[in-house]
Design a protein around this ligand. Structure first.
Ligand code: GRF
Length: 215
């Protein structure tokens, strides 16, 4: 059987991409090929990691779209720009004929312009999110969990790999894991604890979805 074609979307340091690269073609993540890494940020360190692993990369930034579709309202949402950006992102992704798309620290909220063309082709899109399903959604979840811990409102948080749907961080979970906050003395300690867990869970979630695609 041909290796599963994996396409990864990133925005930042790419430590989760690195975890996938390191696990690839070991028992943790057998029979995969990374066909492309796409970043929405030109300076994402993850692009360098991809290049070091000889994975083709593409930078796909939002700025030209914001210029083409300006939004002069008081609270700009750039909805036309995002729609056009996402439609082109879908084209870039589909051109690689991936079997799975992994959002590994991709810090954009994707719209149906991206999701629908991929769903039509039955290409699963999965995302890493640093909270359990239905608990914290959106950005800064680790910081928010830490604040609630300090206020005595929680002792644990979690991470999950889930299918991406239009509703942010609400798609069906593939695998999730609780992370205790107890014993952490600083936010940085909690971040380290969460990132270490993420690097294992993203590999496990990707493996599960690749296996589902082969059934
Ligand atoms: C991860 O902590 C993820 O939970 C968050 O962004 C971070 C990405 O880190 N959404 P990296 O770019 O994979 O190092």
């Amino acid at each position: 059987m041909a290796p599963a074609r994996v396409l990864v979307l990133i925005s930042g340091s790419g430590s989760n991409l690195q975890a996938l690269i390191d696990a690839s073609n070991t028992p943790a993540l057998p029979d995969v090929e990374f066909v492309k890494v796409i970043s929405d940020r030109k300076d994402a360190y993850g692009l360098k990691r991809a290049e070091a692993a000889k994975i083709p990369t593409t930078y796909h930034g939002i700025l030209p779209y914001k210029k083409k579709f300006p939004d002069d309202t008081e609270k700009p949402q750039f909805s036309e720009a995002r729609k056009a950006y996402d439609a082109d992102l879908a084209k870039l992704v589909l051109a690689e004929k991936p079997d799975i798309v992994v959002c590994a620290g991709f810090m954009r909220i994707v719209t149906p312009s991206f999701l629908e063309p991929l769903h039509e082709q039955k290409i699963p899109i999965i995302n890493l999110h640093p909270s359990l399903h239905g608990d914290l959604v959106g950005a800064h979840c680790i910081e928010r969990a830490w604040e609630e811990f300090k206020q005595g409102k929680r002792t644990k948080t979690g991470i999950m790999i889930h299918y991406v749907i239009a509703e942010v961080d609400m798609g069906e979970p593939i695998v999730q894991q609780e992370v205790s906050i107890e014993g952490c003395e600083t936010l940085e300690q909690l971040q380290t604890r969460i990132h270490e867990a993420e690097h294992k869970l993203i590999v496990e979630g990707t493996k599960r979805v690749v296996e589902r695609g082969r059934q």
